[in-house]
Design a protein around this ligand. Sequence first.
Ligand SMILES: *Cc1c(COP(=O)(O)O)cnc(C)c1O
Length: 365
Amino acid sequence: MRPRRWTGLIRRWGRYLPVSARTPVVTLDEGNTDLVPAPALAAELDLGRARAEVWLKIEGQNPTGSFKDRGMTLAVSKAAEEGSRAVLCASTGNTSASAAAYAARAGMKCVVLLPKGSIALGKLAQALVHGATALAVEGNFDDALDMARQAAERFPITLVNSVNPYRLQGQKTGAFEVVEQLGGAPDLHCIPVGNAGNISAYWMGYREAKEHGLSRTLPRMLGFQAAGAAPLVRGHRVANPKTVATAIKIGNPASWDLAVAALKESRGRVEAVTDAAILKAYLLLTRREGVFCEPASAASVAGLLRLSREGWLRRAAAGRGRGVVRIVCVLTGHGLKDPDRAIALSPKPKVIRPDLASLAKALRW
Ligand SMILES: *Cc1c(COP(=O)(O)O)cnc(C)c1O
């Protein structure tokens, strides 16, 4: 039998993407991430008489550990097709990690602008080790993105932030996969929102999946922002965004209008979740589901728990009787991206002597 290997999302979904036979495919075989059931989380939810089925889309399984690879394979492939020799991005971390890896793969130069002091350790390591030129900007992400946009207009370098339309085109494949994995769209789709590209991309993907006959229904989109960085919830820009979830520490989302359209068209909601709630959800996932995501990713679960507590889920499920409500939470990035947070939230290992008596004493046996 001929071996069959996953060869990345452009080859799998190319017929729905803006690529042609002439597009040089720059890939690390991203996509095809698992959709894992979350029974402990489902048991925490109140849907009245209906039953919740909760699924975690594990985007940390992508080559550089976040969903950003879905957009980056397309953005860098198109940059190569257009003859570009260098890419540029502003980043809260994961975009730079992904851009650096795909640029290395393509033989391109990569410049990343990072808000000084706001990047998780793992992400910084990735950008550096893949050979990107990293500059720490004395400002926040929004300042860095402004600079990157201006620079891309002035200099011969391709901007690969999610304002590059190929990014969202690549990211929409996450929705195609969910539809394929579940045999249709879920009822509710929970997702953290930072620059608001991913919620917009998933909504585009679900709509296209329906147009192409892959799904008969559409989900309601539920977006969650950190309370200290919640411009969409507040309805205005946030000048000094603050949150432990650095990947969504953004005060002026680039895809604001697209996200608002997705929320409206899907009869969805956008809500804020506190850092305390985010970290509580993060520990529920790590300790009870065995799934390690980064803090920003846990915002999708914190938000779902909030909607349950407020009775919103119960009302949303009212028409279902005793039926099943299918819920997908996107876990956008891997937990190892931010090892400092994991360690800070956990007890320090006790130091013991190398003998059985010390072991027994430490464990109170
Ligand atoms: C980029 C990112 C987000 C936010 O996605 P947006 O498209 O900016 O809304 C959330 N979580 C992680 C881990 C990310 O890297």
